[in-house]
Design a binder for this molecule. Sequence first.
Ligand code: GLC
Length: 751
Amino acid sequence: MQIEILGAAKSIDKHTNTLIIQTAEAQARVTVYSPTIIRICISKNYENADASFAVIQQPLTLIDYSEQVDHIELNTSALKLIINKSPLRFNFYTTDGKPLSEDDTRFGTNWQAERVINYRKLYPDEKFIGLGEKTGNLNRRGSHYVNWNTDASLHGVNDDPLYKTFPFFIGLHSGLTYGLFFDNTHKSYFDFGATTDEETSWFGADGGDMNYYFFGAQGIRQILEDYSWLTGRMEMPPLWSLGYQQCRWSYMSAKEVLDVASTFRKKQIPADVMYCDIDYMDGFKIFTWNKETFADPKAMIDELKAMDFKLVTIVDPGIKIEEGYQQYDEGIKNNYFATYPDGEPYTASVWPGRCHFPDFLNDKVKEWWGSAFTALTDPGVEGFWNDMNEPAAWGQNIPWLVKFGNRFMPEIRNVYGMEMAKATYNGVRKILGNKRPFVLTRAAYAGTQRYSAIWTGDNAATDEHMLLGCRLVNSLGLTGMSFTGVDIGGFMGNPTPELMVRWNSLGVYTPMFRNHSAEGMIMREPWQWGEENEAIIKKDIEQRYKLLPYIYSGFYQSSQIGLPLCRTLAIDYTADEKVFDIKYQNQFLFGDFMLVAPVISTELTTEVYLPVGEWYRLSTDEKFAGQQVINADAPLTDLPVFIKAGAIIPMQNVIQSTGEKGDGILFIHIWNGTEATEFVYYEDDGLTYNYQTENYYKRTIIFNPQKRAITLSAVKGNYVSKYMKLQVILHGLNIEIDQFANDIGRINIAY
Ligand code: GLC
């Protein structure tokens, strides 16, 4: 194997906003994207090096550096980059000179045959978090990961890789924070000190460039804001997609779909979404309906709509080889499929049998794919579930010489799913006009949050998978993905009633709340678990609906600053070693103020670590001091959820679906505290893009316990709130105050 190590700088030039450094092996380019974001791209062939699937921003035009004999010093208002000239090494510091992250002096960037690798110095107390959908511990120190989007059906709780690629991590050491995004779509590797030399960490890829963005902001929130600025933020989701979603592989007929939906209404268990998995199609042909079992999709969807349900249908990329099938004929005629190098379309087997696969790298193919959704939207589908887009094919081994445009599989595999989701999103956006679509995808790459929600694929009906789901969701939240979920109940296998109940209660505090199971598993609807359990499940789903004003405002935060809804405690309590403790690492904050402690189904008490501050148990208002481990009761009826003192949580009464208006009262629950807190309450029509032109209702709620004052700022935006009345409920003080909601000026409440 040939090893090349980046050597000495031979020339240094500045071209508008880029510093270009040439060595014998490669060219390195340095660009400043913002005072806290610097890109380093070291490439042997710069031709394609600037193309990115993930990045949507442009660099700043200014670059401030000075050249010394042996190094270059580049300064921004937040960062100092010292570039050693011989050998060429890149070292990042805070402005006052504290090391944030440095190249390993010996190996820095190097090439091991076709592989490009970067060795970095490992600090003794360094921790690593992030990388998105990865198993393992919150602190990834000592672990090694691979990014190679995989149909990881039946995966174990420690398997790697799974379905998605988010090559972004956050490093923590010496009380400092930094982030690093390796924007390279090839199969990539991250080693966080797994080699245990205690000197180096490294990352790299099978091909492409050493192309990374360094984030130097101090504080994880700020790093997430920067990362989501660079790669984009989610749009406001349709409100209905935050309600309860009932899925199944598969409800086999329109009648079955309607029966399930009407049972929810009959039993008054709130729900918003029904799904059709692959069996709604004719022979699994994408964009078709089964003529017998789903003979009149419009009539079915009209009936669903009359019950206030939305329908989500699945699409897979595999297009069945069958003459006379529109998508096949058009794809062949226009050369829209991925091919072998000789131009023959690549063929593999998936659900429909022998299939070809759209070349989603081609804009024309994206448009073609997107416009085909009329087959689903015409009868009234509003949600679009993109599956099997790793891409999956039986045997799981799509040959490396399969071509997408003029690029080959090894470079494309990790972005194929995101490009499919993008094609779906763009297509349905065009068709649905001003209506927000819901798009869901299984495979993803950094930036997918711009187009789609994601779920974590085929998990199993075990407690371990339920806990893993928390870590996956929390870790995805560190990579720009706020709208995420897991198959509640577990996809494969049958949960015990206790596990089903427990998992459902956890689902309340998961961004996407979807019950899903595989073909052949026992039925999973809330009423399949006996009367007593049904009552608990119903109560928990009701809790989700009560919390929707808080959850929706949380999504607004994600759309504005990239902060996820489910937050590992590491985000806000970074310096607290306890939050990385394996015992407590599954705990998370749901939005700004709720701490959720997952508990396995076989235990009825649990140890909970409460970080600094004061906390109230949601169900009892019992108060606890922070920075201690408590033993919490955890009956199946009461998942341990704790509220941070000073919390401001808007809620509503129970409704059966998000389409229901409710009683017009917004309950603003406030838990007493010691310091002033605030919450940005956000509301809009939940359905259209009118919010993008100021058609929203937004006000900041400030609680100041020292002044015994609650202030609601004047309303911003010109949407009229659906709530007529505000009721402020002060926990820890037992005070209730009523107020008019449609008073758009500032409201001061003294208590
Ligand atoms: C895949 C998906 C799963 C779906 C099934 C059938 O396994 O991950 O969610 O139900 O295919 O379409």
